[in-house]
Design a protein around this ligand. Sequence first.
Ligand SMILES: Nc1ncnc2c1ncn2[C@@H]1O[C@H](COP(=O)(O)OP(=O)(O)OP(=O)(O)O)[C@@H](O)[C@H]1O
Length: 617
Amino acid sequence: MFSRPGRAALPLSPDAPRVKRDPRQLVRLLAFARPYRWVFVVGVVATLISSGLNLVFPALFGRLIDASFLKVGSTDTSQLDRTVVALLGIFALSAVFGAAQSFLLSRVGAGVVADLRRAVFAHLLTLSPRFFGEHKTGDLTSRLTSDVGTVQTVTSTALAQLAAQSVSLVGAVALLVTTSPRLSLLTLAVIPLVIGTAVTIGRRIRRVSREVQDAVAGANASAEEAISGVRVVQSFTAEGLEEGRYGQGVTQSFLAALKRARLQALMAGVMSFLTFGALAVVLWYGGRLVMAGSLTPGNLVTFLFYALQVGGTVVALTGVFNQFQEALGASGRIFELLDERSDLPQPAQPAPLARAEGRVSFDGVSFTYDGDSVEGGRAAVLRGVTLDVPAGQVVALVGPSGAGKTTLVNLIPRFWDVTGGTLRVDGRDVRDYALADLRAQVGLVPQETLLFSGSIRENILYGRPGARPDEVEAAARAANAHEFITAFPQGYDTVVGERGVKLSGGQRQRVAIARAILKDPRILILDEATSALDNESEALVQAALERLMQGRTTFVIAHRLSTIRNADRILVMDAGRVTEDGTHAQLLAAGGLYRDLYELQFRAEQDAREDMNAAVR
Ligand SMILES: Nc1ncnc2c1ncn2[C@@H]1O[C@H](COP(=O)(O)OP(=O)(O)OP(=O)(O)O)[C@@H](O)[C@H]1O
């Protein structure tokens, strides 16, 4: 929100950078259609039958014309009757197979898309924070939604269309030629013109459509940012600025849409003229052939229908070609995600870890966020941290902002891997354990608690799905949360999250603590859990935390030193190193950075109290 001056007016398009279109991706995509192959085959057969039937009716139409027009005055309607019955029969069959085709192929497409979405989402969740740091949320969700949607057409209609339209084209051309070779030459001469127009203008339309999408995505990104940070926008009275930024994106998408509309209008006009112009010429020349007696009127009608079918299939095939092109781009972006590997390798033979003791030791641990193993280099956030924390010890981490406290604790559940040295839990390198086993041992109560949309009970159960109701309640009681939860009319079933009841910061924290109690981890990480609370909330949360910490190895990051005075051990971090290590009393006596920080805070708190007293008086 605050980096406005340097920021480009419009963010990058959601699909940037462009992915190469590799036809092999289509094959990979088809692998997702495997479970539906039989439905697909039946769908394709239905398509072929219905397009085959469509080749029959122009001939019948012609016969209908000859049976009536050429027998003006006759009372024998038997041929007319038979032809109409045959026509109705063909239309009925074609309708049945057409409907079957539509349903079966849509079923395949919907199934593939659902599977693909599940696969991509499940895969996304395995990736490390590094990946999410490098990708915009908007880009990832757009791959899940619009890109996956785009490939739906290929697996449902496009492939079948390709088969059906090819059959129609070959059949219609053959029948055209048998009906009248001379007229066929005239008609087929127009086809290259139709293809040429469809391909050239079609390509430009695609390019401009992409411009429209990019501009809309850009506008969406600024709207999303402004809406999620609406309080900041309003407090800075920056509504005009945001309106302008969004408006700029909208104008760009409007201009691009206008360009696209012009091209589409041009395409429609040219195509319509080519089609109807060709019909007029066929009628003109065909009429002459009829007058000369070398063609019956019925044959002319049959010819016209076949000519229209040929035109129709050619246009449809260019459409299918475009769909393939788009699907190639989209599947490229999807497979790029699926090919992304977590940079946290898992051991082939993980060491067993059912219930850890909880001993954590850092042995010369260095860390850089860019993944280089430059130890102690300029980019290093941790520099040779060596530290042994016995099971059950409560360790407080303090130090200036940016010292590396959060980074240090994030290494324990392997959100990141050390770039130098070794981090051990129960004496074994954390990389020897299965990631899930390791993380099952670690509980995290972050500064900003995320509650998911759902009931309070579901949110607590997140700690251990399948826990009994009395266990959930016991956890809530231990977290000092039971009382405020039962004060809601719906109790534990009260819905929280974006659409539900808004909980206060302290209440959210206590739900998070209940969640952690239910999880019952051996190692606990509390990241400034009480820093945003008022005194009363803080007392409740603090008491809940004390209970939570009992018997667990705990790392507490706290800015307010008063809250950690009772920690077994306090570590002072500065510029990526542990510079002091001891109890509150020891560190005060040592007279280092800890004492400076403590005195600074102590004085600030005293000043604040005096100010408050003065104000009350
Ligand atoms: N995801 C990240 N990518 C790159 N650099 C990061 C990332 N997270 C933190 N840093 C950098 O690492 C350094 C240490 O950050 P860290 O959050 O560990 O400090 P901290 O001691 O917890 O600070 P604070 O008390 O302000 O939360 C900072 O310079 C920060 O800019």
